[in-house]
Ligand binder design. Structure first.
Ligand SMILES: Cc1cc2nc3c(=O)[nH]c(=O)nc-3n(C[C@H](O)[C@H](O)[C@H](O)COP(=O)(O)OP(=O)(O)OC[C@H]3O[C@@H](n4cnc5c(N)ncnc54)[C@H](O)[C@@H]3O)c2cc1C
Length: 417
């Protein structure tokens, strides 16, 4: 349908009653080859790449809420690949390459903004550690720079680098092509593409059970009844372990609340992303002018999406230590999401002991950046049955074999540093 200026006005006056949604409202059919549980970025990206790369469209994406209403629509939109260990680096760097042309690929403006990412170091020891990360990244073809305080001051006006700081800054690891991507556009871009290709997306319909016979899932139970299937892919972030348990699969996972905040809008003051490592606080500025802030997780296990006040206070205090000029700003909104975190802090992606059950979870507060890469590789696994090399380290079986991915510095998670 084409929209003229007149039809836009007419629709607005009619309360958009006749305006078709980007993705049609659907009831599920009685059977599908592949069912993806979770219409977050990861589930929807997998659906998109199943259609685009493998021509597979007999697929249902089902969500108990709305498209992108989970952690995908709650994150602080940072994408980067400044990781030390190959496992973490490769998947996220592959994603970073995909982000660069994804708006064109989806014909949907995702507002990828490669504004750079500063990880601030607070001691010579930490800077040494960053140097190894930068070297590892460069050896693998990524861009990385180690910056002195003078260089930081030149590139980030307004930052406080004085020696009287609670956590003085010694330098930074800078990734120039890291940045931010508009998170809800990502969910809707993938959803529109998958839906146009013929994949069904059903919202507001929870999965309530998984029926296993002879080590295979034959059907799933939902609010809209039972649906038969050949393969099931759980990509439901915080509830993935609960869903996997319905098929008898144990997933070692904890849920921790992570909050994000935005200030009232102000003129352009920050054209990059800054992570204040010791202070566990990070900031960027949105296109609307708001400062977008995140910080440490709440210090206790919880599946509630209510943030504790002490975390808000900590994050904001540290942001002010870094940028004293923001002290007069009012905080406009804050929200939170349930970060799903296994014991080594890294994701679980791949197959399970149940033959046709696949899993993607444990991304905690760091999975948005990996969205297109998870979609691409999981589509390959679901289509061909072969585990792509990039996913091998993320197997669920690592918690039995002991091959954990011990990547300290994967994010502001104090007990992993
Ligand atoms: C405050 C915060 C800030 C963050 N900041 C960043 C960041 O800057 N950069 C970054 O890389 N990552 C960040 N993250 C992490 C990132 O948001 C997540 O790792 C990522 O979005 C996970 O995507 P997903 O598709 O796996 O999960 P989700 O987007 O959570 O999607 C899972 C979906 O499953 C659905 N679901 C659950 N149970 C059922 C059921 N029983 N039946 C049907 N559907 C079900 C949910 O409704 C949900 O829509 C942040 C997270 C939070 C909370």
């Amino acid at each position: 349908m084409k929209y003229s200026g007149f039809s836009l006005l007419k629709n607005a006056l009619q309360g958009h009653r006749n305006w078709p949604g980007i993705v049609p409202q659907k009831r599920p059919k009685s059977s599908y080859k592949t069912i993806i549980i979770g219409a977050g970025g990861h589930g929807l990206a997998t659906a998109h790449y199943l259609a685009r790369n493998h021509n597979i469209t007999d697929v249902l994406v089902i969500d108990r809420g709305w498209i992108g209403g989970g952690n995908t629509g709650r994150n602080t939109t940072i994408v980067r690949s400044d990781y030390l260990l190959n496992a973490s680096f490769e998947l996220k760097n592959f994603a970073l390459q995909l982000w660069k042309s994804l708006s064109q690929d989806l014909n949907f403006n995702l507002m990828y903004s490669p504004r750079g990412y500063f990880d601030l170091a607070h001691s010579d020891g930490e800077l040494e550690d960053f140097l190894s990360r930068a070297n590892a990244m460069r050896l693998s073809g990524a861009q990385a720079e180690i910056l002195s305080c003078a260089e930081i001051a030149e590139r980030i006006p307004g930052i406080y680098l004085g020696k009287k700081a609670r956590f003085p800054i010694s330098g930074a690891l800078f990734q120039p092509d890291a940045g931010v991507v508009r998170h809800d556009a990502v969910a809707w871009g993938f959803a529109r593409s998958a839906s146009k290709a013929g994949i069904d997306i059903v919202q507001n319909c929870a999965v309530t059970g998984l029926s296993v016979t002879n080590s295979r899932i034959c059907e799933i139970d939902t609010d809209a009844g039972s649906i038969e299937c050949d393969k099931v892919f759980i990509s439901a972030a915080g509830t993935s372990s609960h869903l996997a348990q319905m098929a008898g699969v144990s997933v070692p996972m904890e849920l921790i609340n992570v909050q994000a905040f935005v200030s009232e809008p102000l003129k352009p003051v920050l054209d990059t992303v800054v992570n204040y490592n010791a202070g566990l606080s990070y900031l960027s500025q949105s296109d609307k002018g708001e400062l977008v802030m995140g910080g440490a997780t709440d210090g206790y296990i919880s599946s509630a999406r209510r943030g504790s006040f002490s975390s808000i206070e900590d994050t904001v205090t540290r942001a002010i230590q870094l940028f004293p000029f923001i002290s007069h700003l009012r905080l406009m909104r804050h929200w939170s999401g349930s970060a799903d975190i296994p014991m080594d802090g890294n994701a679980i992606v791949g197959g399970t002991p149940v033959d046709n059950l696949f899993l993607n979870c444990g991304w905690g507060y760091a999975g948005f950046k990996a969205t297109p890469a998870v979609g691409w590789t999981m589509a390959e696994l679901l289509a061909d049955g072969k585990l792509p090399a990039m996913l091998q380290p993320f197997a669920l079986s690592r918690f039995e074999s002991g091959a954990l991915i011990d990547d300290a510095g994967i994010g502001p998670y104090p007990w992993l540093h």
